[in-house]
Structures are given as C-alpha cells and as structure tokens.
Design a protein around this ligand. Structure first.
Ligand SMILES: [Zn+2]
Length: 66
C-alpha cells in the first residue's frame, strides 16, 4: 500500500496529464481550484468517490463554466 495516493488529472486546456495528491475521503463531492502544472491554466477539480475509498478527480476548464 502506498502512503500517499495520487490522482491522475487530465488538463482540459492542454490535455496533458499530471497527478495531484489525493485529498481526504471526506473531500469527495467538493470542488478545488487548481492551476495546471503544465500550462498553468486554471481549472476546477471535482473530487468524486468512484468506489468506497477510491477517489478520482474530474477536471473542468473555467472557460466551460458559465
Ligand atoms: Zn494544461
């Protein structure tokens, strides 16, 4: 078992993939403002609990949000 979970994120602007440290499980359902580590464009990550204890991050470009 790894000590730190990393969540893969695909940037909605440049489509590069990077990883963020997984937040606490209680963070599921919350949204996090994040800047892409590749192109530095802002995005909003939505933390989703896909299965018990299994988080994933869905990224949306700020341009897509109105
Ligand atoms: Zn990017």
């Amino acid at each position: 078992m790894r000590c730190v979970n990393w969540l893969p994120v695909t940037c909605p602007t440049c489509f590069e993939t990077f990883e963020i440290p997984a937040p606490d499980r209680q963070e599921a359902g919350s949204q996090i403002d994040y800047d892409c580590e590749v192109c530095c464009r802002p995005m909003v990550l939505t933390i989703v609990e896909e299965a018990p204890g299994e988080l994933s991050a869905h990224a949306a470009s700020l341009d897509d949000l109105s």
